[in-house]
Write a protein of this length. Structure first.
Length: 142
């Protein structure tokens, strides 16, 4: 039964969803059903069809050959824009977007998180502080 349900989905997607479910408290004693696991996953046919189109980044306009490539790029693109804008605002420092894009993921994340921590401690904007607090997993008591 499980094979019949999972056979139409990408192995990596299913595995990732199973691991995600197993981290949730509600699935510690009762395993998720196969139908629950695939409920928001794209079938292989849908992914192939979706990836047959060229896709533009909504932020910078860069063209990608697949939705998956654009999706991976988009998160970094938005973060790079935020780092550039925030560095200008908080430190009056111009940063090179290309340099930020070329950084490896770990180095970029460290730099991004340090910037967020600085802004969180120094901003008077409560909305910004709340959003950054959620990203940094800062509790209400801090």
């Amino acid at each position: 039964m499980w094979h019949n349900i999972f056979k139409d989905y990408d192995y990596k997607d299913v595995r990732s969803k199973v691991n995600e479910c197993l981290e949730e408290d509600r699935f510690q004693f009762n395993a998720p059903t196969p139908q629950f696991i695939v409920r928001n996953l794209q079938r292989l046919e849908e992914k192939k069809k979706l990836n047959s189109y060229k896709v533009y980044c909504q932020n910078c306009g860069r063209l990608f050959d697949s939705y998956e490539e654009e999706e991976k790029h988009f998160d970094r693109c938005m973060s790079v824009d935020y780092v550039v804008r925030s560095s200008k605002k908080w430190f009056n420092k111009e940063l090179d977007k290309k340099e930020l894009f070329n950084m490896n993921d770990d180095d970029f994340k460290i730099r991004y998180m340090k910037l967020l921590a600085y802004i969180y401690k120094n901003t008077d904007n409560e909305k910004e502080k709340d959003i950054i607090g959620k990203i940094l997993n800062v509790g209400d008591g801090e």
